[in-house]
Ligand binder design. Structure first.
Ligand code: AKG
Ligand code: FE2
Length: 314
C-alpha cells in the first residue's frame, strides 16, 4: 500500500512553539519534502466557509455565464479559466479542472499596475468581492508570517522578505474539479511544480493531492480538515539555490467510491514583487552547492512560465 505523507510529515502548530522553534520545524519539513502542514494557521473558519459556499455557487453557474469573465482578456491572471484549458508543463493531457483567479488590487496609478491588472468580479454573486478580498488579505498575512519563519531558518533577518513581497503579484485560485466518470482517463491535475515563492493550500482534505518524494515515490497528502498545506515553488527554490526544493505534485482521480464527488480547493500562490531580482542567496551557495541559475526578474520568470502552461499566448 502507498504510504501517506501524514505518516512522515509532522502536522505543525504555529502557536504551540516559539517562533525560532517553529521556524526550525517548518524549514526542516520544507527541506525534506518541499511541503509542510499547519493545523492552527489562524485564518477564521467562518470566513473560509463563506469562501467555499461562494466557490460552489460560482462553479454551479452555466458555462455561458462563467465565460463572460474569461481570464484570457486579463492576462490569464484575473477571472475565469474554463474546464480543460490549463495543461501542466510538458504534459500530454489537459487538466480536468476550471478555476477563478483573484489578484491584488493596487491603488490607481501604481506603476506596478502594468503587470497587475484590476480584479474582475462576478455580478451574479454580490458576496464574492468582499469575502475574497478578506480571504486574500488573510492569506497574505499568514503567508508573510510563514516567510518570516523561512527567513529565520535560512539565517536571514525575520523581516527579510517583507520588501520583496510588498505589492507582490500573488494569486488566490478557486479550483473546481468536477466529478469524474468511472472510465475517465488520466488525472485531475498533471504533475507540476508551482512557479511562485510558496503556495498556501486549503481544501486538500478531499483526497487526491500527491507529492513526489526524493526517491521518486508519489505520496498522498491528506491533511486533517481545515489544515493548510504549504509548498515550495520554483522562485523560492531558485532564491535558495535549490536548498529548499520545489517539489512536483499532482492531483489524481479519486477511488471509485468518490468519483461521483467534485473536489474544490483554494491555493494561494504567494509571489514576489514583479521587479524583484531573483538571485541565489549567498548563504545558500557553497563549494558543494555552486550557483545554479542566473539572476532574473520575478516578472520575466513568471511570463516565461505562464506561456508554458497555456495561460498566456506565446
Ligand atoms: O487542488 C490541489 O490540491 C492542488 C492544486 C495545485 O497544485 C495547483 O493549482 O497548483
Ligand atoms: Fe500546484
Amino acid at each position: 500500500m502507498t504510504q501517506s505523507v501524514l505518516d512522515q510529515m509532522p502536522l505543525l502548530s504555529m502557536t504551540a512553539m516559539d517562533k525560532p522553534a517553529f521556524a526550525m520545524a517548518f524549514g526542516a519539513s520544507f527541506q525534506q519534502f518541499g511541503f509542510a502542514m499547519i493545523g492552527d494557521h489562524g485564518m477564521d473558519p467562518a470566513l473560509i466557509e463563506r469562501g467555499w459556499m461562494l466557490t460552489r455557487q460560482f462553479f454551479a453557474m452555466p458555462d455561458a455565464a462563467k465565460s463572460r469573465y474569461d481570464a484570457r482578456a486579463n492576462g490569464g491572471q484575473r477571472g475565469y479559466t474554463a474546464f480543460g484549458r490549463e495543461i501542466a508543463k510538458d504534459a500530454r493531457e489537459n487538466d480536468l479542472k476550471e478555476f477563478w483567479h483573484v489578484g491584488r488590487d493596487l491603488p490607481a496609478g501604481d506603476p506596478l499596475g502594468r503587470t497587475m491588472p484590476p480584479n474582475i468580479w462576478p455580478d451574479e454573486l454580490p458576496g464574492f468581492r468582499p469575502i475574497f478580498t478578506q480571504l486574500f488579505a488573510e492569506f497574505d498575512r499568514v503567508g508573510a508570517e510563514l516567510l518570516s519563519a523561512i527567513a529565520l531558518y535560512l539565517g536571514l533577518e525575520a523581516g527579510w522578505f517583507d520588501g520583496a513581497i510588498r505589492n507582490g503579484n500573488s494569486i488566490l485560485r478557486l479550483l473546481h474539479y468536477p466529478p469524474v466518470s468511472p472510465q475517465a482517463p488520466g488525472i485531475r491535475a498533471g504533475a507540476h511544480e508551482d512557479i511562485n515563492l510558496i503556495t498556501l493550500l486549503l481544501g486538500a482534505e478531499e483526497g487526491g493531492l500527491e507529492l513526489k518524494d526524493r526517491d521518486g515515490n508519489w505520496l498522498p497528502v491528506v491533511p486533517p480538515p481545515g489544515a493548510l498545506v504549504i509548498n515550495v515553488g520554483d522562485m523560492l527554490q531558485r532564491l535558495t539555490n535549490h536548498v529548499l526544493p520545489s517539489t512536483s505534485h499532482r492531483v489524481v482521480n479519486p477511488p471509485p467510491d468518490r468519483r461521483g464527488y467534485p473536489r474544490y480547493s483554494m491555493p494561494f500562490f504567494l509571489h514576489l514583487r514583479p521587479d524583484f531580482i531573483i538571485d541565489a542567496l549567498p548563504q545558500c551557495v557553497s563549494e558543494n552547492n555552486p550557483r545554479r541559475d542566473p539572476p532574473i526578474s520575478a516578472n520575466a520568470y513568471l511570463t516565461e512560465r505562464l506561456m508554458e502552461i497555456g495561460l498566456i499566448e506565446k
